[in-house]
Structure formats: structure tokens, C-alpha cells
Write a protein that binds this ligand. Structure first.
Ligand SMILES: Nc1ncnc2c1ncn2[C@@H]1O[C@H](COP(=O)(O)OP(=O)(O)O)[C@@H](O)[C@H]1O
Ligand SMILES: [Mg+2]
Length: 623
């Protein structure tokens, strides 16, 4: 029953594949469009980025200078002439290079982390704004989990790219080239010997990165499934427990969990088998340099200092190579993430303010549905030629079977969706010609399943008018007949509301939502089955209150129980998206049709529920 106006079978073009949008992490390595958009975020930090590049260049230079100083110290001040002063100077220079290297690295790391965190926060803020601005149509079609994943996971990948990717790529290349140049200039022959291990290193790195990329992607995919499985189970826990399906869900989850466990083990195994290869190649390179270097020293081809410098360079070789392999994967992921992020950012807003939309001045409340046609998609019409006028202060009741289109009419009135034909006019103005904010600020809706925010009861009532005083809050609650139950709560108006108001019954949530709307004091009021979950006794109270609440406002009441709308000025009977009957309660009971059938059916059911004899009633007896 709760699935009423369902959104069954609504495929739509979701973003990204698989659960949580983790499915597709393989992107291009360079995507010019993504990078240029990223630059848009970085521009603000241009000076910091340049500073970081400078620091990295210094760091790379120190990587090259250090071993060179070793060579100078040994060759010029130890072997040829024993010069303590010169040796001390060079040693101090070596120490200085270490200090500069340390300073440059730590400052660079902080600078880029600063930039990356700034970009991260800005992107999240932009996405949040965008998601708020996107029309309901978008939210109908896209899973909230996937949208969440954009804000949480994908943006984080970008942050990683900025702290570890872009600049390191530059610095690693710089270091490698610098070392190759200086080594070749010191001793071309020994350099050639030393570089002979490079192919092994490169092949090992490439093979490793291919395997580890696959394994890593698998871990990302499976952790996405773990999160998705968890999330769904948390939100569905009531249903799961009600049907005693805990065992089945746990088995399903075990399955996914085990997949993730295995994927992680595979990734770890690959990493573990690669590490010794690095060690081995590194040792091999040192052995080669030592062997051929020593021979060279004996034959007088190279100096001792060159051999020592080479040993030092060779050990520093592997870090940049390994990092380059990692950077490749990181770029791929970041491009894929970027594509998804910017797709969301560029998502067209279906219902937007026109560039020259005016402001809706305080309205009287005349509503005209001018031959409105509507469908959530172009293919499936939901409303057909809906035409009616509500004069200011009138109350309009919408009745009809589930799925008839009542909620859709209410949604169009607030312009949550755009009509596909005809127009909705308020005080004679087409609502597309004014800003949505100025329109909606004069309307209040109590939806069937009202949303409560975490906070206190009073905060929730104040939602539409945060500046309202406590007296006004209480007054609104009294008007909505919510005061009595709130007063009985442990902390009254300060009682905490859990996420989504789970600690209140649906009826109580409706009462709070009713008070919220009363406080906002809109000119047009929409109650979408707002009293459907309230017991008959409370309803009688509300019934009395509703007269006061509606007083003077144009109101639309969608009612499940027809007894609640007997006094409406106009009753519109909706069926299959069309208005099939209209009139007052009295008029509609006087004619054969859907309204009379529905009403009599409910009337009999209520009598039976009260234990009264089942009688065939004349129409007159009903009112
Ligand atoms: N967000 C939505 N996306 C797509 N179709 C929808 C959506 N909401 C409702 N519908 C469809 O539109 C029709 C009218 O729904 P609705 O206006 O909610 O009916 P009612 O409020 O009278 O029960 C139904 O067929 C329903 O399946
Ligand atoms: Mg509805």
C-alpha cells in the first residue's frame, strides 16, 4: 500500500555503472576536458601551485646533488689530496643539501595538501549546491547512493591526484632525467652498465602495475558492493526483520564480503611478490656498479668517488620508477572520477528560473490549471487536459484512486516539474514567469510521508521560518493540534528527532509537518493525504483545526477518507489523469459516478467497523 504512487520500473539514465557507481573506474589516462575543468578549480591556487613546483624542482635537484657531493668529497679531498678544510666544507654542503631537501619536501607536501583540500571542499560545495538545485525529476531517476558516491568517493580520488599525482609525475621525470644526465657525464661506460638493470626494472614495474591495477580495481568494485549491500540492508532492516530474512541477507552479505576479502588478498599478494623483485634488482644494480666500478678504479678508468656516487644514484633510481607506475593508475581513476563529477555538475536543470523571471508579489491565491498536460517522461502521459479554477480562499478537494494523478497535480502547482502542455497560473500569472523561490515561499505542502530533520521538534516546526519565536511555534502547534502530543514528550518541544524522524509515528510526523506549514503561513496550502495516518479521534480534532488552518487560504486537500472533505468548496474527482467529475459533496452524491460509489463504499465500511447494521442507505441519509 505504501508503494502507492510508485516509481516502479523507472530505469532512467543513471550516472555511472554498478553499485555506488564503482563499476567503471577505468578511464583514459589523460582527458583534456576533465583536466581543463580541474584547472578551473586550481586557478585560484595558482601561486601555491607554482611554489610547490619550485619546491619539487629543488627537491629533485637535491636528489641529484647529494651523491655528486659525495664524489667531490672523496675524489678531490680524500683520495688526491687530504684536505680537511675542503672536506669539511663539502660535508657541510652535503648536510645542507639534506636539510634543503627535507625542507622542500615537507613544505611541498603541505602546500599541495592545502591546495588539494581546498579543491576538495570547493568541489563538494559545488556538488551539494548542484544536487539541491536539480529538479525532482533527476532525483526520481537517480539512486541517492550513487549521487552520494560522487560527493564522497570520486572527489576524494581527485584530492589524491592532486597530492600525489600531478606534481610527482613532473618531479619523478625530472629526477630520472637529471640522474641519467649526470651519471652519463661522470662516466658513460659505468652509466651504461648501471642502466643495464633498467629494462628488468621497467618490465617488472609494468607487469606489476598491470596486475595490481586489476586487483586494485577489483578491491574498489567489491568495497563498493559491500557499502551498497550494507546501505540497503540498513535502510531495509524493518522489512528484513519483519519477514525473518536476516539469514538470507547475511548470506548475501557474506558472499560480497568474501569477494572483497579475496580481492584484497590478491592485491596484497601481488604487492608482496613485487617488493622482493625491487629489492633484488636494486641489489643487482649495486653489485654491477660495484664490480665494474672496482675494475674501472683498478684500471684507472673511473675514480672511487664516481663509484660511490653511482651506488648512491642507483638506489635512488627505483623510487621514481615505482611512483610513475602508481601515478598511471591514479590518473586513470581520476579521469574516470572526473568524468562522473563533471557530468553531475553539468546535469541540466529541467525546471529552472527563466533569465527574466520576475518575483511573485504577495498573492491572493487564485489558482488556474489551464488545460494542463503532464507526464514524468515524454512517453507516458500522467495528466490529460486538467482544467479548473480555485478562487482565493476556496478549498479544493482532490479524490480518486491511487495512481490517478492527485499528487502530480500538487507537484505541478509548486512547479516541482514542468507542465508539458497548458499552463498553471497563480493570480493570473503563469508560474513559469516568476522565480521558483518567490512562488514556493507562498505555498505550503504537507506531504503524505513528511520528512523530519535531525534536531529538535521545535527546530522542525521552525524549518520554514527559522526566526520564529517559541511562542509562535507553540501557537502553530496548537493550531495544528500537535501541541498535546508534543507536550507529553519527555522534553516537550526540545525532544530530539532522530534521522528522518524515525522515533515518531507517521501520524505524529504529519502533525509536526502540519505545524511547520502553519507557522510558515503560506497563502496556498496543499495537504497530500496529510491525515491519512492519523486515527479517527485525532482526525476529528484536526478536522476542527483544519477549518482554522485553512481559513482564508486557498487550499488543496487530497484525502483518502472522503468524510474529511465533505465541506470542500469544490471536489475534483481524478481518474487516470483526468478530471472525471466536479462539484460539491451534495452535488456529486446526487449523480451516479465514481464519487458516489467511493463514498457509499467507505460509508458502509465505517458503519460496519462501528458495529452498526449493514443498511442500504438513501443518498439523503448520508449527509
Ligand atoms: N516521480 C515519478 N516518476 C515517474 N512516474 C511517477 C512519479 N510519481 C508518480 N508517477 C506516476 O504517475 C501516476 C500518477 O501518480 P500520482 O500523482 O502520485 O498519483 P496519486 O497521488 O493520485 O496516487 C502514477 O501512474 C505513477 O506511477
Ligand atoms: Mg499521491
Amino acid at each position: 500500500m505504501m508503494m502507492g504512487g510508485g516509481m516502479g520500473g523507472w530505469g532512467g539514465g543513471g550516472i555511472g555503472g554498478g553499485p555506488m557507481g564503482h563499476g567503471q573506474d577505468r578511464g583514459k589516462v589523460f582527458d583534456a576536458r576533465v583536466l581543463s575543468r580541474l584547472w578551473g578549480y586550481l586557478r585560484e591556487y595558482k601561486r601555491r601551485v607554482i611554489w610547490a613546483v619550485f619546491l619539487l624542482t629543488v627537491y629533485s635537484a637535491m636528489q641529484i646533488v647529494g651523491p655528486y657531493l659525495l664524489k667531490v668529497a672523496l675524489d678531490d679531498y680524500v683520495v688526491t689530496k687530504q684536505d680537511m678544510v675542503g672536506l669539511t666544507v663539502v660535508s657541510l654542503a652535503f648536510l645542507l643539501s639534506l636539510v634543503v631537501s627535507y625542507g622542500a619536501q615537507s613544505n611541498q607536501t603541505y602546500t599541495m595538501a592545502y591546495v588539494a583540500q581546498g579543491v576538495l571542499a570547493k568541489m563538494r560545495g559545488d556538488l551539494f549546491k548542484k544536487v539541491n538545485a536539480l529538479s525532482l525529476g533527476f532525483h526520481d531517476r537517480n539512486e541517492s547512493g550513487v549521487t552520494m558516491s560522487r560527493i564522497v568517493n570520486d572527489v576524494a580520488v581527485f584530492q589524491e591526484l592532486l597530492t600525489q599525482g600531478v606534481l610527482h609525475l613532473f618531479a619523478d621525470c625530472l629526477t630520472l632525467v637529471g640522474m641519467i644526465v649526470i651519471m652519463s657525464s661522470m662516466s658513460p661506460k659505468l652509466a651504461l652498465y648501471a642502466f643495464s638493470v633498467l629494462p628488468i626494472m621497467v618490465v617488472a614495474t609494468v607487469v606489476f602495475s598491470i596486475f595490481s591495477r586489476k586487483a586494485f580495481l577489483r578491491t574498489r568494485e567489491t568495497i563498493g558492493q559491500v557499502a551498497a549491500g550494507f546501505q540497503e540492508n540498513v535502510s531495509a532492516v524493518r522489512v528484513v526483520q519483519a519477514f525473518s530474512r536476516e539469514g538470507v541477507s547475511e548470506n548475501n552479505f557474506d558472499e560480497i564480503n568474501k569477494d572483497n576479502f579475496k580481492a584484497n588478498l590478491t592485491a596484497l599478494r601481488i604487492g608482496a611478490s613485487f617488493q622482493p623483485v625491487v629489492e633484488f634488482t636494486s641489489m643487482l644494480a649495486r653489485a654491477i656498479v660495484l664490480g665494474f666500478g672496482a675494475a674501472g678504479v683498478i684500471s684507472g678508468d673511473v675514480t672511487v668517488g664516481v663509484v660511490v656516487a653511482f651506488l648512491s644514484y642507483v638506489t635512488r633510481f627505483f623510487e621514481p620508477i615505482r611512483e610513475l607506475a602508481g601515478t598511471y593508475t591514479l590518473f586513470q581513476q581520476a579521469m574516470a572520477a572526473g568524468e562522473k563529477i563533471f557530468k553531475l555538475m553539468d546535469e541540466p536543470i529541467e525546471v529552472a528560473d527563466h533569465p527574466n523571471a520576475g518575483t511573485m508579489t504577495p498573492i491572493e491565491g487564485r489558482v488556474h490549471f489551464d488545460h494542463v498536460y503532464f507526464g514524468y517522461s515524454a512517453e507516458v502521459p500522467v495528466l490529460k487536459d486538467v482544467e479548473f479554477v480555485a478562487e482565493p480562499g476556496q478549498s479544493i478537494a482532490l479524490v480518486g484512486p491511487t495512481g490517478a494523478g492527485k499528487t502530480s497535480i500538487a507537484a505541478l502547482l509548486c512547479r516541482f516539474y514542468e507542465v508539458r502542455g497548458g499552463a498553471v497560473r497563480v493570480d493570473g500569472i503563469d508560474i513559469r514567469d516568476v522565480t521558483m523561490a518567490s512562488l514556493r515561499s507562498q505555498m505550503g505542502i504537507v506531504p503524505q510521508d513528511p520528512f523530519l530533520f535531525s534536531g529538535t521538534v521545535a527546530d522542525n516546526i521552525r524549518f520554514g521560518r527559522p526566526e520564529a519565536s517559541m511562542e509562535e511555534v507553540v501557537e502553530a502547534a496548537k493550531l495544528a493540534n500537535a501541541h498535546e502530543f508534543i507536550a507529553r514528550l519527555s522534553d516537550g518541544y526540545d525532544t530530539v528527532v532522530y534521522e528522518r524522524g524515525q522515533n515518531y509515528s507517521q501520524g505524529q510526523r504529519q502533525l509536526i509537518a502540519l505545524a511547520r506549514v502553519v507557522l510558515a503561513d503560506p497563502r496556498i496550502l496543499v495537504l497530500d493525504e496529510a491525515t491519512a495516518s492519523i486515527d479517527t479521534r485525532t482526525e476529528a480534532l484536526i478536522q476542527a483545526a483544519i477549518g482554522r488552518i485553512l481559513g482564508g487560504r486557498t487550499s488543496f486537500v487530497i484525502a483518502h477518507r472522503l468524510s474529511t472533505i465533505r465541506n470542500a468548496d469544490i471536489i475534483l474527482v481524478v481518474d487516470h489523469g483526468e478530471i472525471v467529475q466536479r462539484g460539491t459533496h451534495r452535488e456529486l452524491l446526487g449523480q451516479e459516478g465514481m464519487y458516489k460509489d467511493l463514498y457509499l463504499m467507505q460509508y458502509r465500511r465505517e458503519r460496519r467497523a462501528q458495529g452498526l447494521p449493514d443498511v442500504e442507505l438513501a443518498t439523503e441519509a448520508v449527509y
